[in-house]
Design a binder for this molecule. Structure first.
Ligand code: DGL
Length: 260
């Protein structure tokens, strides 16, 4: 595998761009192929079998495009399919970690909130991580109802988005949570609305994306597959949805890349 081969990133939709943004900041010389399914999004209410088979289709596509490492930038797909991927394919995979640990260790109130999709919360990864910290902190979890849809529509700054966020966040804050884990890659796009709801209260949002990218970097360093210094990154985008979706995906990525 050439060092300058692309890193593949996959999500059910545009949410994984919150990980792509970190990747561009941390590893600007890496070429990246971003695959947003788009056609079957949201994944969060699908069955484990459906999510596994959609994830496999995405991985096959990224492998066909020469990915040297794949980041599953989707907590839901990670929860339902990462073990299968590691067993079936001979390439490194980096999945999303539910950031329960940093939230639990830094909480002062002893109460943390986890926001994720229904499938991710039901998955073994989240349950195992929560069990590990449940004696130290109280863990409140909730599904971000409607969050993925507003982010897909690019409506995250709308009043509707803020009221969806308020409905989920307010009870957690009222119950004493001072750390809120963003356990779905779409949710960091709602950070603006979340901050408005939090206001002056001392509540921190915990986004696992930087740690996930550091892990990918470390793996590439270990295998000697980091792109050469000065390599000009090629950025490509793929979707199972239509051309209109692809155009919106590219526009959003370009905008993110300019602000990074
Ligand atoms: N962005 C995804 C995640 O991190 C999936 C959202 C969805 O498709 O429901 O879980």
């Amino acid at each position: 595998m050439s060092r300058n081969a692309p890193i593949g990133i996959f999500d059910s939709g545009m949410g994984g761009l919150s990980v792509w943004r970190e990747l561009r900041r941390e590893l600007p010389c890496e070429s990246v192929v971003y695959l947003a399914d788009g056609k079957n999004c949201p994944y969060g209410e699908r069955s484990a079998e459906e999510i596994a088979s959609l994830t496999r289709a995405a991985v096959e596509e990224l492998l066909a495009r020469g990915a040297k490492l794949i980041i599953v930038a989707c907590n839901t797909a990670t929860a339902m399919a990462i073990d299968m991927l590691r067993k079936d394919y001979d390439i490194p995979f980096v999945g999303m970690e539910p950031a329960v640990k940093p939230a639990a260790l830094s909480s002062r109130s002893g109460v943390i909130g986890i926001l994720a999709t229904q499938a991710a919360l039901a998955g073994g990864l989240f349950r195992a991580t929560s069990a590990r910290y449940s004696s130290q902190v109280e863990i409140l979890s909730a599904v971000g109802e409607g969050f993925v849809e507003v982010v897909e529509q690019g409506a995250e700054e709308s009043p509707e988005a803020e009221s969806l966020v308020r409905r989920v966040l307010e009870p957690m804050i009222e119950a004493g949570a001072d750390r809120i884990v963003l356990g779905c890659t779409h949710y960091p796009f709602l950070e603006g609305s979340m901050r408005r709801v939090i206001g002056t209260r001392e509540v921190e949002l915990v986004n696992p994306a930087p740690a996930v990218v550091r892990r990918a970097k470390w793996l590439l360093e270990q295998s000697g597959e980091l792109a050469e210094e000065g390599h000009k990154a090629e950025l490509s985008f793929v979707t199972f949805a239509d051309d209109e979706y692809l155009a919106r995906l590219k526009a959003r990525a370009t905008n993110i890349d300019e602000c990074r």
